[in-house]
Ligand binder design. Structure first.
Ligand code: PEP
Ligand code: MG
Length: 877
C-alpha cells in the first residue's frame, strides 16, 4: 500500500505539522475547534519532497488519493468541479512547516472554465462576480503555472479600464470582464504556447505541481538561506473550497493580528477590504482600511471575528496572524499562524502572557529569540518610512547610522571628534583605522564578511556595519563611492542599515534604542535560570560600564593592544619596537607604563567586585608600524637627507618584522618570549592599576591571561615572568593583591595538551576565534571574503564557523580541553572569549560542554544571558 499523502482538514488533527505545513495544520486545528473554516484537504510535504527528488514525478498513489479527496469534498459540498450548474471552485495554496511569508504560491478560483463561469454567472445572477473570478484565475494560473508574467495581464486590465472610463476594477461590468477573460486566454496562449486548460482536474494537477515547484524557486531558496531553513522540508499544498469576499457590499476580506505586532499592545490589529478577494490586499491594488471599519460595515461578522481571534489566541497561547473572508455576511477563517513581531513587541507580549497566566516564566524565557534582542540595542531605522537602497551588502552589525560619508580614518576621527556625524567608507578596515571607527556612527566596506575587521570591531562597539558591498566601487584617492550611475562624494550624507545590510542616500529618520522594563522582567527570569555566568569583552572603561549596565558579571577578555593604538601612544609604541638598544626600549616602555596603568585602574574601578581578565599583548608588532607600501612611496618622494635616512631605517625595520603569515607568526606569548620587557611593563601597570583601584575601594578580581600558548613550557615561563613582576611590585608597594594567572586555549595543540598546560594555569579561556581558524586552517581574514560565501550558498557548510561554533570539530577540541584540563586540575575555571560567546547556538554548546562562563561584546550580553537560560532550560537553540 502506498503512503497516505492526502488528509481532509477534518481528519488531520493528529497529523504532524511537518507533514501538513503551518497552513494545513492551522486549518485542521480550526476545523477541529468547530470554527468556521471552508472545507478542504491538505497534500503533505512528503509528496513535495518526493517530487523534488524525482524530477517532478509524483509518488505512487498520490494522483488517486487526490481524486478521492476531490470526490469526497464534492460530496460534502454538494458541488462538483467543472459542473455546469453549480461548479465547485477551490483555492490551491502552498504552506511549508516553517512560515515563509510571501515566498510561495496561491491560485484562487480554480475549477472555473468557460462553461463554469457562465454557470456561476447564472447561479449567482452576478456576471460581474463570475467573470471577475475567472479573470483572476487566468491571471494567477498564467503567472504561477504557465510562467506568463502577471504584469502582462495587469496591463491588459488597465487598458480595458481606460477604454471603459472605469476608475476602479469594480467599475467594470460583467460584459467588460467577460471580454477581458477572452483577452486573458489569448495572452495566456501567446505567453505560454498552450491553451488555458479547460478541464478542472487538469488545472488542479498542474497547480499542485506548480506549488511543489515553487519550493525550489530562487527567492524561496534565498529566504531559506537567510533564515537557516532546511531545503529538505518541502511544502504542503492546501486545496480549499472557495469562499468569496468579492460578492458585494456584505462581503470582504482581511488580515488581523490578535495583538499589535509592532508594539505588542493587546488590541486587535489589522486591515479589511470590502467586496474584495485576498489578492487585492496583497497586491496593493486597493488600499485596505483599518479593521475597526469592519465594525461599522459588518458588525455581526466583526463580533464573531473578535470572539474567534480571542479563542485562537487562548488555544495556541500565542499571538495569531489571521486571514479571513466574509461572504455575504458569513465569516470564514482561512488561516491562522503564530504572528511575526518586532523584538520590542515580543518582550511585551511574553511578559503580559505571564501576567495573564497564559504561560509560565520558563516558557517566557524560551519564547524570546535571543538573536532578535540585538535589534533593540541599536538606534534603528524608523520602520514606517520606506527606504530605497542604492546598494546592498552584509548586515554585519545591526542598527542604523546617518552621517557624512568619509573615506579615510583620519578624516573620520577629526570630523567625528568635532561633533560631526560621519560614516566611514572603506574598501576594508584595518587596525590602523580604529581611531576613525571610534569616531564614526557606522562603517561601510566593499570587501570582507561577517567577521572582517570592520564587522567585528563595529559589533564590539555596538555600531552599525554594512560589510562586503561588492557592487560599490570605493576610490580612496578620489574620495568617492560609486554604484552604477550614483556617486557618493566625501561629505554627502548617507544612511546605513546594519541589520538589513543596505546603504541609502540622505538622512533617514532613526528611532532610539532601549531595552526597557519588559526586557528587565524577562532577563530577571533568565538570570534565575542560567548556570553559565556572562562576562563581556571590553577594552575601555566606557565599554566596561556599558557592559555592566547590560548585566555583564565581569570582563572575560580585555584586549590590551587597543590601548597601544591611541594617537598619542602609537609614536611611543613605535619607538619601543624600533629601538635597537635595550636602554632605548626600556625608556619607551617606561613612558607607556603610566598610560596603561591609568587604563587598568579605570577598567578595574568600572568592574569593582567582579573578575577582569586582562590579556597581555597578542598581535604581531608590525601591526603598530606604518604600511610597507606607503613607506616606500614616502621614501621615493623624499629629498635626500637625514629625513629620508630615518624613513629608510624605519622601512628596513618594517621589512625585518614583516611575515608571510602574521597570524601564525611572532605574536602572543611567542612575542613575549622574544621581548619579555613588554609583558613585564604590562604586568607592572596591571598591579599598580589594581592597587590604585583597591585603594579607592574599587578592587576587581584580577586575572592575567597569556595568549597563543601551544606548549606547557611556554606558559610555565610566562607564569614565572608574571609572578616575578607581581611579587616585585607588591613588595615595593608593601601591599597584597590576589591575582590569578591563566591562559587562552586557542590552538589545537593547547586543547589536546590541556592536562599539562593546566598545571600552570588557574583558568582557561577558550579563544574560539583563533581555535576555529587554526583547526579549520581557514584564515579568519581571508575565508569570508574568498570562499565562505560560496560554501554557505552551495550548502557545503550550514553556518559560518566564525559566527557559530563548529560543534563537531572545534567543539570537540573544546570538549577535550575541558576534560583534560579538568582532570589535571579539578575545578579549574573555564570560559570562552571568542566571538562565539554571544551566539545563542554556541552558548548552548558551551553550557553543555560544562564551561563556567561565556564572554562576548557588551551589546551581546543580554543575548547571552537569555541564551544561557534557554540552554539551562533544555533548549538546544
Ligand atoms: C580568540 O582567538 O578567540 C580571541 C578571543 O582572541 P582574538 O580574537 O583577539 O585573537
Ligand atoms: Mg586569539
Amino acid at each position: 500500500m502506498s503512503d497516505q499523502y492526502v488528509y481532509a482538514f477534518a481528519d488531520a488533527a493528529e497529523v504532524p505539522r511537518e507533514l501538513l505545513g503551518g497552513k494545513g495544520a492551522g486549518l485542521a486545528e480550526m476545523t477541529q475547534l468547530g470554527l468556521p473554516v471552508p472545507d478542504g484537504f491538505t497534500i503533505t510535504t512528503a509528496a513535495c519532497v518526493h517530487a523534488m527528488h524525482s524530477g517532478g514525478d509524483w509518488p505512487e498513489g498520490l494522483a488517486e488519493q487526490i481524486d478521492a479527496g476531490v470526490a469526497a469534498l464534492e460530496q460534502r459540498c454538494g458541488r462538483r468541479l467543472g459542473d455546469e450548474s453549480a461548479p465547485l471552485l477551490v483555492s490551491v495554496r502552498s504552506g511549508a512547516a516553517v512560515s515563509m511569508p510571501g515566498m510561495m504560491e496561491t491560485i484562487l478560483n480554480l475549477g472555473l472554465n468557460d462553461a463554469a463561469a457562465a454557470a456561476l454567472a447564472e447561479e449567482t445572477s452576478d456576471p460581474r462576480f463570475a467573470y471577475d473570478s475567472y479573470r483572476r484565475l487566468l491571471q494567477m494560473f498564467g503567472d504561477v503555472v504557465a510562467g506568463v508574467p502577471s504584469h502582462v495581464f495587469e496591463n491588459a486590465l488597465a487598458r480595458r479600464k481606460q477604454e471603459q472610463g472605469a476608475k476602479l476594477d469594480t467599475d467594470l461590468t460583467g460584459d467588460d470582464l467577460r471580454g477581458l477573460c477572452t483577452e486573458f486566454k489569448r495572452l495566456y496562449r501567446e505567453g505560454s504556447g498552450d491553451d488555458f486548460p479547460q478541464a478542472p482536474r487538469e488545472q488542479l494537477r498542474l497547480a499542485i505541481g506548480a506549488v511543489f515547484r515553487s519550493w525550489g524557486a530562487p527567492r524561496a531558496h534565498v529566504y531559506r538561506r537567510a533564515h537557516e531553513i532546511s531545503d529538505e522540508l518541502g511544502t504542503a499544498a492546501n486545496i480549499c473550497q472557495m469562499v468569496f469576499g468579492n460578492r458585494g457590499e456584505s462581503s470582504g476580506t482581511g488580515v488581523c493580528f490578535s495583538r499589535d505586532p509592532s508594539t505588542g499592545e493587546r488590541v486587535l490589529y489589522g486591515e479589511f477590504l470590502q467586496n474584495a478577494q485576498g489578492e487585492d490586499v496583497v497586491a496593493g491594488i486597493r488600499t485596505p482600511e483599518p479593521i475597526a471599519r469592519m465594525h461599522e460595515l459588518l458588525p455581526e461578522a466583526y463580533d464573531e471575528l473578535i470572539a474567534t481571534v480571542e479563542r485562537l489566541e487562548q488555544h495556541h497561547r500565542e499571538v495569531q496572524d489571521i486571514e479571513f473572508t466574509v461572504e455575504q455576511g458569513t465569516l470564514y477563517m482561512l488561516q491562522t499562524r503564530t504572528a511575526k513581531r518586532t523584538a520590542g513587541a515580543a518582550l511585551r507580549i511574553v511578559r503580559e502572557f505571564v501576567a495573564e497566566g497564559v504561560i509560565t516564566p520558563d516558557e517566557a524565557v524560551l519564547r524570546i529569540d535571543p538573536a532578535q534582542l540585538e535589534h533593540l540595542l541599536h538606534p534603528r531605522l524608523d520602520s514606517t518610512v520606506e527606504v530605497q537602497p542604492i546598494a546592498r551588502g552584509l548586515g554585519a552589525s545591526p542598527g542604523a547610522a546617518v552621517g557624512a560619508a568619509v573615506f579615510d580614518a583620519d578624516t573620520a576621527a577629526r570630523m567625528g571628534a568635532s561633533g560631526e556625524a560621519v560614516v566611514l567608507v572603506r574598501w576594508e578596515t584595518t587596525p590602523d583605522d580604529i581611531h576613525g571607527l571610534i569616531q564614526a556612527q557606522g562603517v561601510v566596506t566593499s570587501h570582507g564578511g561577517m567577521t572582517s575587521h570592520a564587522a567585528v570591531v563595529a559589533r564590539g562597539m555596538g555600531k552599525p556595519c554594512v560589510a562586503g558591498v561588492e557592487s560599490a566601487k570605493i576610490d580612496e584617492a578620489a574620495k568617492t563611492l560609486t554604484v552604477g550611475d550614483t556617486v557618493v562624494r566625501e561629505g554627502d550624507v548617507i544612511t546605513i542599515d546594519g541589520a538589513a545590510g543596505t546603504l541609502m542616500l540622505g538622512a533617514l529618520p532613526l528611532v532610539a534604542a532601549e531595552l526597557g522594563d519588559d526586557f528587565d522582567a524577562i532577563a530577571t527570569w533568565a538570570d534565575e535560570r542560567r548556570r553559565l555566568a556572562v562576562r563581556a569583552n571590553a577594552d575601555t572603561p566606557e565599554d566596561a560600564r556599558r557592559a555592566r549596565e547590560l548585566g555583564a558579571e565581569g570582563i572575560g577578555l580585555c584586549r590590551t593592544e587597543h590601548m597601544f593604538m591611541a594617537a598619542e601612544r602609537l609614536p611611543v609604541v613605535r619607538e619601543m619596537i624600533l629601538a635597537t638598544q635595550d636602554e632605548r626600549r626600556e625608556q619607551a616602555l617606561a613612558k607607556l607604563l603610566p598610560m596603561q596603568q591609568s587604563d587598568f585602574e579605570a577598567i578595574f574601578a568600572a568592574m569593582a567586585g567582579l573578575p577582569v581578565t586582562v590579556r597581555l599583548l597578542d598581535p604581531p608588532l608590525h601591526e603598530f608600524l606604518p604600511d610597507r607600501t606607503a613607506l616606500a612611496v614616502e621614501i621615493a618622494l623624499a629629498e635626500p637627507g637625514p629625513g629620508r635616512d630615518r624613513l629608510e631605517k624605519l622601512a628596513e625595520r618594517v621589512r625585518g618584522l614583516s611575515e608571510q603569515n602574521p597570524m601564525l607568526g611572532t605574536r602572543g606569548c611567542r612575542l613575549a618570549l622574544l621581548h619579555p620587557g613588554i609583558y613585564a611593563m604590562q604586568v607592572r601597570a596591571i598591579v599598580r592599576g589594581g592597587l590604585a583601584a583597591a585603594a579607592r575601594g574599587e578592587a576587581a578580581q584580577i586575572e592575567i591571561m597569556i595568549p597563543l600558548v601551544a606548549y606547557a613550557e611556554e606558559l610555565k615561563r610566562m607564569r614565572a615572568l608574571v609572578e616575578e613582576v607581581v611579587a616585585e611590585e607588591l613588595e615595593q608597594a608593601g601591599q597584597a593583591l590576589e591575582i590569578s594567572i591563566g591562559t587562552m586555549i586557542e590552538l589545537p595543540r593547547a586543547a589536546l595538551r590541556a592536562g599539562e598546560i593546566a598545571e600552570h594555569a588557574d583558568f582557561f579561556s577558550f579563544g574560539t576565534n583563533d581555535l576555529t581558524q587554526t583547526t579549520l586552517g581557514f584564515s579568519r581574514d581571508d575565508a569570508e571574503s574568498a570562499f565562505l560565501a560560496t560554501y554557505l550558498e552551495a550548502g557545503v557548510l550550514e553556518r559560518n564557523p566564525f559566527a557559530s561554533i563548529d560543534v563537531d570539530g572545534v567543539g570537540e577540541l573544546v570538549r577535550i580541553g575541558v576534560e583534560r584540563g579538568g582532570a589535571a586540575k579539578p575545578g579549574i575555571k573555564l570560559g570562552v572569549c571568542g566571538e562565539h560567546g554571544g551566539d545563542p547556538a554556541s552558548v548552548a554548546f558551551f553550557h553543555a560542554a560544562g564551561l563556567d562562563y561565556v564572554s562576548c561584546s557588551p551589546f551581546r550580553v543580554p543575548i547571552a544571558r537569555l541564551a544561557a537560560a534557554r540552554a539551562a532550560l533544555g533548549d538546544g537553540a
